[in-house]
Ligand binder design. Structure first.
Ligand SMILES: [Zn+2]
Length: 92
């Protein structure tokens, strides 16, 4: 059963509620009866706050450099094995 996070637009009260998918979402704040909005979270976890969110997708300069080196090393295997020159025509 999924859980949903709500935040009151009026008083800012936030709470989490376990609901069935078929159940209607909350519309009113249990504290002040104001209008609430449902926060869509992934896996019922933390809402995207803070810098940690980007760490999984962030490609660091080190990563890009490594990837570039790897692609270069794989392409170098296709070059001539005798004189290590690409497209070598003298010693095929
Ligand atoms: Zn409220």
């Amino acid at each position: 059963m999924p859980n949903y996070d709500y935040e009151c637009k009026v008083c800012g009260h936030s709470y989490r509620k376990f609901q069935k998918m078929t159940e209607d979402p909350d519309r009113t704040c249990p504290k002040c009866n104001g209008e609430v909005r449902r926060l869509i979270g992934l896996g019922g976890g933390v809402i995207f706050k803070g810098s940690g969110f980007y760490t999984t997708d962030y490609r660091s300069p080190e990563y890009l450099k490594k990837a570039k080196e790897e692609s270069q090393s794989t392409s170098s295997t296709s070059s001539c094995s005798c004189c290590s020159t690409k497209n070598c025509s003298t010693c095929k």
